[in-house]
Design a protein around this ligand. Structure first.
Ligand code: ZN
Length: 270
């Protein structure tokens, strides 16, 4: 019992240290997030908000942000699992970003009923198992989400999640990992996050990239398989990280993905 108490205390101290890492955000991260948040200097973009799955229990908002310059289309999803607040909060913020090129499409509350219930699963179970290879989407919600994906034909898909443990350290958990389609920039993304977003004193929190088979029933796998999208599932962890740190890692992952795929441009000599 004594040992348990000690470990719990240690966890909260470490979480506090992780927060202080945010206060001293490196200049490279500031520059990247500024590029995401500020309108492009080269002309007017436009935005459009629509409701998808309209008239069903699952209706949810989709934000389309068009840059002044042509470029790829990227879709970012939060709330596929309704209790993973980091991805929901980051995606809500991303729905206000300004891409420099192409089109950014954001669905912050993909499984809106599950988000409202703060529950991993929605009324039809685990949404991220409902996109099998050999059949159509397995629920009304999955079908509606897939309709939206097909209508945009994204070049890039990013799905934001979190796990309880750390991949490779805690059995069966996938936190601090980025699983990606073979053509995606998973290794570069992990390298950048390990440089900029993971404090040196949390070595077990360094991100691990993993090339994914595309045969599974996850949304990002389906997008890669059916549409040839460069697709990512991003997983941070609750283990020793507080909420704001998980949100920061999710937001930085999204900004780096958009930059790696040409939707964000870092001015000057970047
Ligand atoms: Zn998840």
């Amino acid at each position: 019992m004594r040992r348990r108490t000690y470990l719990a205390g240690g966890a909260s101290v470490l979480a506090g240290i992780a927060v202080s890492g945010l206060v001293s955000r490196p200049p490279s991260n500031e520059r990247l997030l500024e590029a995401a948040r500020e309108p492009s200097g080269t002309g007017e973009g436009s935005s459009n908000t629509e409701t998808i799955l309209s008239g069903t229990d699952h209706e949810t908002s989709l934000y389309e942000l068009d840059a002044p310059n042509d470029g790829p289309t990227a879709m970012v999803f939060g709330g596929v699992h309704g209790d993973e607040r980091n991805g929901i909060e980051a995606a809500r913020e991303i729905s206000d970003w300004h891409p420099d090129a192409g089109t950014l499409v954001v669905v912050p509350e993909t499984n809106r009923v599950a988000v409202e219930n703060d529950d991993r699963r929605g009324v039809d179970g685990n949404l991220n198992r409902q996109f099998p290879a050999d059949r159509g989407p397995q629920s009304e919600l999955a079908a509606g989400i897939w309709d939206a994906v097909e209508s945009y034909q994204p070049d890039v898909v990013l799905d934001l999640h979190r796990s309880l443990g750390i991949y490779g350290l805690h059995q069966e958990f996938v936190g601090q990992a980025i699983f990606h389609s073979p053509d995606a920039h998973g290794e570069r993304l992990a390298d950048r996050l390990n440089e900029d977003a993971v404090p040196w004193y949390l070595p077990f929190h360094r991100f691990t990239p993993g090339e994914s088979t595309l045969s599974g029933p996850l949304l990002f796998q389906h997008a890669a398989r059916e549409l040839g999208a460069s697709a990512y599932i991003f997983e941070t962890t609750e283990f020793l990280l507080d909420h704001s740190t998980m949100v920061e890692m999710s937001r930085l992952a999204a900004a780096h993905v958009l930059e790696l795929h040409g939707l964000l441009e870092l001015g000057g000599d970047a």
